[in-house]
Write a protein that binds this ligand. Structure first.
Ligand code: FAD
Length: 504
């Protein structure tokens, strides 16, 4: 009689975006997958009202797409058939004028995707695989990580027990699995809130005379109303509405207590958005929708022995200004399986080698941490860029210069946004490269302006005063050297730095 292969069993905690994608990766490799979710089945419309309110749409970019495609099940194509491409930012100024700023080259764009649809498709795909069991309304209450024994409870208070080889924590920002790992390891952990929060609003579709609907504003842009200390953004939805998010200091939210105060702010700073949202709807949504807070969570390591590991928001939470939280979470899964597959532990049919598994999880924690830290920091940096820099002259000049240099030397200068959103370069490398590039650009500007300055001085000296002759005993070259000593010195110094940076 043929001996039945004993499959390795994983419990994935959380059927959110990252957990449900992870279950497909495990199932594809033959693991016996239990996917637990404390909420009711998100695919049933009657449960919609009970679900936690999170951002309605998200920006999906290259890293997320790459992880979807690696499932080998065409998930990338399925999801990309239901997104709206956004090729750039549309800046709304105080006067209501709109200016488009491309994100990259003409073929490059990020994608607005509906969170609910994405989660449903991922859960559907997981549930369609024979070795995945999706269990809703089961909340992880306790886990003994050494033995892999887990206790869940249902809304009726019934307890359910399971035993698994690996606990995979994709249970979001308030992760219980992280808490359990923390008890067992010397985990470094930091959590910091920013003084800004957010509130979601809606621009409904425009109703045409024919009765059909259309978008109120261009759907192929991410719209931004940058107001220096705060901003509003809007992402398009397939039903021709936009979901707006007002990001502002908590003081502003706290100070708006009446309709008049809200309208005063909008009429002063966001006047063109009032007719788009509709006055009544604006007041209703502002005062009924929850105000979310924003924070960064960093921790390390992400695992306990060969028994448990955390991914997605459970392992790192970032402010949403680079649109990378989910993308980074999806990338976690891809990176994790790269390591597991390389070691041979990826296959659900291979016997569990706990020490090999531990070294895989250890490698994952060590290699992933610098990337996660880099994107958390970049996300914070991008808030300033979105709400303020995008309208400053120096920022626009730098962007233009970067774009030109990128065309001339595509491997030498790559705009930061392109590295983050349109590549799968490690985030830590993006961060280092960006710093090197910034120095390179600064020094190039010094060289160019010094040479230009020198040229202008000499031109002014020799051409505006054609009769000028060098003083007796001095050649024109000697005089020029005297005039140019300081700018030439700077230029030479900067040029040597540029040369060294290009060499690197
Ligand atoms: P979650 O989506 O939080 O899923 C965790 C799941 O675990 C939940 O379903 C939860 O119910 C379940 N769970 C929790 N505890 C338990 C338990 N004990 N037992 C069982 N189940 C449990 N990211 C982008 O990439 N692009 C964007 O444009 C973007 N925009 C954003 C805008 C805003 C305003 C915010 C707040 C975030 C945004 N993000 C964006 C980030 C993105 O939402 C998160 O990174 C992503 O949802 C993380 O997915 P996750 O699966 O790790 O966690």
């Amino acid at each position: 009689m043929e001996k039945e292969i004993e499959r390795k069993r994983v419990a994935i905690i959380g059927a959110g975006l990252v957990g449900s994608l992870s279950s497909v990766y495990f199932a594809h490799r033959g693991w016996d997958v239990l996917l637990f979710e404390k909420r009711p089945d998100i695919r049933k419309k009657e449960n919609f009202a009970k679900l936690e309110k999170r951002s309605i749409n998200l920006a999906l970019s290259q890293r997320g797409i790459s992880a979807l495609s690696r499932t080998g099940l065409g998930l990338d194509k399925l999801i990309l058939s239901k997104v709206i491409p956004m090729k750039g930012r549309m800046i709304h100024d105080l006067g209501g004028n709109q200016v488009s700023q491309a994100y990259g080259l003409p073929h490059q764009h990020i994608n607005s995707v509906d969170r609910g649809m994405l989660n449903e498709e991922l859960v559907n795909t997981a549930a369609s695989l024979p070795n995945v069991t999706v269990i809703f309304e089961q909340e992880l209450k306790q886990c003994d990580l050494d033995s892999g024994s887990l206790t869940f409870s249902s809304p009726e208070g019934q307890e359910h027990h399971y035993k698994v080889d690996l606990v995979f924590g994709a249970d979001g920002v308030h992760s219980r699995v992280r808490g359990e790992i923390m008890k067992k390891t010397r985990m470094d952990y930091s959590q910091s809130f920013i003084d800004h929060g957010y509130c979601e609003l809606t621009i409904p579709p425009k109703v045409l005379e024919t009765g059909e609907t259309d978008y109120e504003i261009d759907p192929n842009h991410l719209h931004i109303w940058p107001r220096h200390s705060y901003m509003m953004i809007a992402l398009p939805n397939l039903d021709k509405s936009f979901t707006c998010t007002l990001f502002a200091p908590l003081d502003i939210f706290d100070s708006i207590k009446t309709e008049a105060q809200l309208m005063e702010l909008f009429e002063k700073d966001l006047a063109d958005a009032i007719p788009l949202i509709g006055r009544e709807a604006l007041v209703k949504e502002y005062f009924t929708n929850p105000k979310g807070s924003l924070m960064t969570i960093k921790c390390k390591p992400y695992h306990f022995k060969g028994r448990a590991v955390i991914v997605g928001d459970a392992a790192h939470c970032m402010v949403p200004f680079y649109g990378q939280g989910m993308n980074a979470g999806f990338e976690d899964v891809e990176k994790f399986f790269d390591i597991l597959d390389k070691s041979g532990q990826g296959s659900g049919a291979s016997p569990t080698d706990l020490s090999l598994m531990e070294s895989c999880l250890d490698e994952y924690s060590t290699t992933r941490h610098p990337d996660v830290v880099a994107i958390c920091d970049l996300a914070l940096h991008n808030y300033v860029e979105m709400r303020s820099s995008v309208v400053s002259f120096s920022y626009l000049a730098r962007k233009r210069l970067e774009a030109i240099l990128h065309r001339i030397a595509p491997n030498c200068v790559i705009p930061l946004y392109t590295m983050v959103s349109f590549s799968t370069m490690r985030y830590s490398e993006v961060w280092q490269r960006w710093q090197r590039q910034s120095n390179l650009i600064l020094n190039s500007v010094i060289v160019a302006s010094s040479v230009l300055g020198l040229g202008s001085v000499l031109a002014a000296y020799f051409f505006l005063k054609p009769n000028t002759r060098p003083p007796p005993g001095q050649t024109i070259f000697g005089l020029a050297t005297q005039v140019a000593t300081i700018p030439m010195g700077w230029a030479a110094y900067a040029a040597s730095k540029v040369y060294r940076q290009i060499q690197n």
